[in-house]
Design a binder for this molecule. Structure first.
Ligand SMILES: Nc1nc2c(c(=O)[nH]1)N[C@H]1C(S)=C(S)[C@@H](COP(=O)(O)O)O[C@H]1N2
Ligand SMILES: [Mo]
Length: 448
């Protein structure tokens, strides 16, 4: 990518304005660190000095502040009463996108969340990634029904009204498709973090614990070992889920996402939330739950989302998304305009609990420093990390490595391949490496 084609903030925050914000907000210790970074950069002269100068002069008085723009002197727009509120027109580049490298049929498709443009841990609903095996539907909630059958005393059919008057819970969780980062197995270095890790999103989900509904139906909680969840779209998505996740109250029959009803793309009006488990089990347009005593081995679990191991066997039902992290800024496709201070920021998550620690290397894995975790750090939820860094203008490699509360450490690609071989598509949680080139361009590379 050429420098002339830089994307605007926040997709490319790496300009003097980004640094000024850090100046204004940094804590004392960090501010000193940042000042020193600038002093070093200024001493080095050239473009870096100019950037530091620029930041200073703006902070101390830009005469442009005296010119009142039209929006300070005229009348603003009236309140937005005609429809759903929309983002600023200046944010039009922040979008879900299909991957340029993936073959898509019109209805079996995936769009990736723009992780490089997001702050904190919550994915706005209009930017939540999508994965449809048979296209999406805007299902009429008045017509939608949820059936409970199998090993229950009284099979039940719920309307949405009946479900929504039951006591609900709201919880923040990530959802990651088991195929996220799948291209990397084949050594395909997709250009940006949107395409390498964007089948990942995080929301506050609201719904009824599935166990509540099963109890209402008089479920056989001793004999029942698994539930089958079935979707109402053309793919009839069906997945087996172990009862241990259900009886602990974790699995939700959800209708809410970030304070409003689910979006049609994400399963409106009802989807299963299976915290820590790969996305495919989060059945959308949920219409049936069957309680049984053994896994069903349906089409969606016998041939999809299985892992071909080096000995030729298929690993099935490996559904927990293991601990993983990725640096979202700076990341592939972005450009570092000058040497000097940067705040490296990224996301970490684990399907087995909370993230305990994230370490970051700015020298290709030789040295690691522990990053700051932004609070709150929640169970099976995205955790935002960041760490200060001064780029000396030389080519280098950035990596992040997460550890979860079970003590599990995110593996390198080489460690993962030792166990999993080279024929996998799914469940790649390896350490991601971004190469910062001398000209500031950031590229996706694989190191062994
Ligand atoms: N009914 C139904 N449920 C489904 C799917 C589907 O195609 N149909 N796709 C699954 C897959 S593979 C994933 S990764 C997640 C994606 O959820 P999202 O589209 O809300 O991001 O939904 C899962 N649930
Ligand atoms: Mo998926």
């Amino acid at each position: 990518m050429e420098r002339g084609r830089l994307r605007k903030a926040p997709e490319n925050f790496l300009d003097a304005a980004g640094v000024r914000t850090v100046f204004a907000e940094g804590k004392q210790g960090r501010r000193d660190f940042i000042r020193k970074a600038f002093a070093t950069a200024a001493a080095a002269g050239g473009a870096a000095a100019a950037a530091a100068q620029g930041a200073k002069s703006v902070g101390e008085g830009d005469p442009a502040i005296l010119n009142l723009p039209a929006h300070s002197t005229g009348l603003g727009q009236p309140v937005v009463t005609d429809g759903y509120g929309m983002p600023s027109k200046y944010e039009a580049n922040v979008q879900r996108r299909p991957s340029p490298g993936l073959t898509q049929t019109s209805q079996s498709s995936v769009s990736f969340a723009p992780l490089q443009s997001l702050f904190g841990i919550v994915t706005p609903n209009g930017l939540h990634f999508e994965r449809h095996h048979q296209g999406w539907w805007d299902v009429d909630p008045a017509q939608h029904r949820l059936m409970l059958n199998g090993m229950v005393k009284t099979p039940k059919v719920f309307t949405m009204d009946e479900l929504m008057r039951l006591p609900s819970v709201s919880r923040f969780h990530f959802i990651e498709c088991g195929a996220n980062t799948g291209m990397e197995w084949g050594n395909v270095a997709v250009p940006t973090v949107q395409y390498s890790h964007g089948m990942l999103s995080c929301s506050e989900f609201t719904g009824v614990p599935l166990i509540t509904l099963l109890e209402m139906a008089g479920a056989d909680l001793k004999g029942g070992k698994f539930v089958l969840a079935e979707g109402a779209d053309g793919s009839s998505m069906t997945r087996t889920i172990p009862m241990s996740l259900v009886t602990s109250g974790q699995v939700l029959v959800a209708y809410g996402q970030n304070g409003e009803m689910l979006r049609p793309e994400n399963g409106y009006p009802l989807r299963l939330v299976v915290p820590g488990v790969q996305g495919v089990s989060w059945v959308k347009y949920l219409r049936r739950i069957e309680l049984g005593d053994q896994p069903w081995a349906t089409k969606d679990e016998a041939i999809h989302y299985v892992d071909l191991l080096p000995d030729g066997t298929h690993r099935q039902y490996s559904s927990i998304q293991e601990c993983k992290s990725v640096i979202t800024t700076p990341s592939g496709g972005q450009v570092l305009l000058d040497k000097g201070f940067y705040s490296i920021s990224g996301l970490a998550w684990s399907g087995r609990g909370k993230v305990r620690q994230v370490d970051v290397s700015a020298d290709g894995g030789r040295n690691w420093r522990t990053a700051r975790l932004e609070t709150p750090v929640m169970d099976r939820c995205l955790t935002r990390f960041n760490i200060d860094w001064v780029w000396d203008g030389k080519a280098t490699m950035l990596m992040s490595r997460a550890t979860d509360e079970t003590g599990y450490v995110q593996p390198s690609m080489r460690q993962l391949r030792e166990v999993r071989g080279t024929r996998s598509i799914y469940h790649n949680n390896a350490i991601q490496t971004w190469l910062v080139q001398e000209n500031g361009e950031v590229k996706n590379v694989q190191v062994s």
